[in-house]
Design a protein around this ligand. Structure first.
Ligand SMILES: Cc1cc2nc3c(=O)[nH]c(=O)nc-3n(C[C@H](O)[C@H](O)[C@H](O)COP(=O)(O)OP(=O)(O)OC[C@H]3O[C@@H](n4cnc5c(N)ncnc54)[C@H](O)[C@@H]3O)c2cc1C
Length: 418
């Protein structure tokens, strides 16, 4: 019996176990998934939890529930990948041999990377919303906060869901308006990039919304430290921004196991071919989702598109065929803009977000790069789709893995980074 091992049972690992159990013959292939967590989290919901829009119970379910029958689940931490021996070591000392390995260990926040970010003030006046605990603690803080300077901050790129901090600022504007205390809150968005978003065209659209909602933006801010004693963040050029409440997205890094195994980049991301998803570590090791170093957005939608292509490439690898160079960096994200509206953006390695309709070129019903209530409903519907279709590997009708260019107002192709 051959062994296919998947590390991580988050969005990508769960999808891959579902896709591959359907495609690989049970008599020839044993599939094993390893993850130390008990719960699978719906991370896009961490954006809504601080504003009491979602409850904690809507965002977590047992990992076991989504791993298909016939797949072996081991709930333990992965300690080391020995690529030369085709073997993985777990924290309990167990060793697992594999013929094919898929790394789907994602990315996590690393507040330790920024001087002064951790300390007594962490989760008291300096919060994250990229973890379940962080989002819940921030919700509790916001419920009783009586206003002041709210700073929404990104430490460095890349981060997962790069629009989430901006969405947080927009939702904060709505939240304080609804609480009739917007005049008591001064909102500033501080980012290391030179605009509201990483892409110039979408950035222009989003800058306008910041202005409309009276949210100040401080671009090109490369944080050196958090000076918690004086309630300010300081950048390498000496620029300072004061806060009463700092909501930060710390440096995002791949898991330590990648560093220990000796093949990560400086942020522990796995060197991966951006079109085939085969790693540059060894031919029988593939990677998917946030764990890779490919220049696509770190997003669940990207993982979803990658999973369809990777499933085919695993079969091709097994059959000794050439891998398909098919993944084009396709991403689509709903950008929540507050007041019951959202913008939808659709882009890939070579095309920036543009106007048009999605998923049907002439009809939509979702409009691209334009605020609408329908897009907001789409964002909320995504939670149901995530739990019931996406991670269980069901095909989502009319949504293709590669970017559809029909009906879009596209500019000439150019290489863009996310
Ligand atoms: C606030 C927020 C908002 C977001 N909004 C959106 C959105 O609107 N749309 C969208 O498409 N995406 C969104 N995302 C991003 C999306 O959630 C992630 O891109 C997606 O979950 C990535 O999937 P993954 O499988 O690569 O990683 P994950 O889902 O994070 O899974 C990684 C898994 O690996 C396990 N693991 C890691 N290391 C080890 C180890 N050593 N041993 C054992 N197990 C290990 C972890 O426990 C985890 O279960 C958002 C994310 C956040 C934080």
């Amino acid at each position: 019996m051959k062994q296919l091992l998947i590390l991580g049972a988050g969005t990508s690992g769960t999808m891959m176990s579902n896709h591959l159990r359907k495609t690989l013959p049970k008599k020839d292939w044993q599939i094993t998934v390893v993850d130390h967590q008990e719960n699978h989290y719906y991370q896009p919901g961490f954006l809504f939890l601080p504003f009491d829009i979602y409850k904690t119970s809507q965002l977590k379910k047992s990992i076991k529930k989504f791993i298909p029958k016939g797949v072996n689940l081991i709930q333990e931490k992965v300690e080391l990948i020995d690529k030369d021996q085709d073997q993985v070591s777990l924290k309990n000392g167990e060793k697992l041999k594999y013929d094919i390995l898929i790394i789907a260990t994602g990315t996590d926040i690393a507040p330790r990377e920024i001087e002064g970010m951790l300390g007594d003030h962490w989760q008291k006046s300096v919060f994250d919303f990229y973890t379940f605990d962080g989002a819940r603690n921030l919700r509790n803080k916001l419920r009783k906060w009586d206003g002041g300077k709210l700073v929404v901050h990104i430490s460095e790129m890349p981060i997962k869901c790069p629009v989430a901090p901006l969405e947080f600022a927009f939702l904060a504007d709505s939240y304080f308006k609804n609480k009739k205390m917007r005049d008591k809150v001064d909102i500033t968005f501080v980012t290391p990039v030179s605009g509201a978003f990483t892409k110039p065209k979408a950035s222009k659209e989003l800058n306008y919304l910041l202005e409309q909602k009276n949210i100040k933006i401080v671009p090109d801010f490369n944080i050196e430290k958090v000076d918690a004693d004086n309630n300010k963040i300081v950048d390498y050029g000496g620029m300072e921004v004061e806060y009463d409440l700092l909501v930060t997205v710390p440096t995002n890094m791949g898991d330590d196991v990648i560093e220990r195994s000796g093949f990560g980049d400086e942020l522990n991301f796995v060197p991966t071919d951006k079109a085939t998803l085969q790693t540059k570590v060894k031919d029988n090791i593939f990677a998917i989702g946030d764990a890779t170093n490919i220049p696509a957005s770190k997003a669940g939608s990207v993982a979803h598109f990658e999973a369809e292509i990777l499933t085919e490439n695993i079969q091709r690898y097994i059959n000794g065929q050439e891998l398909k160079q098919e993944f084009d960096g396709h991403a689509n994200c709903f950008v929540e803009t507050g007041d019951g509206k959202a913008i939808l953006i659709d882009f890939n390695y070579t095309h920036e977000p543009t106007t048009g309709h999605y998923p049907f070129p002439n009809f939509g019903p979702l409009s691209l790069l334009k605020e609408s209530h329908m897009n907001h409903l789409g964002k909320l519907a995504f939670r149901w789709i995530y739990w019931n279709m996406l991670i269980t590997g069901k095909h989502i009708p009319f949504v293709s893995a590669t970017m559809d260019t029909d009906g879009k107002d596209l500019e000439p192709e150019q290489e863009i980074t996310h």
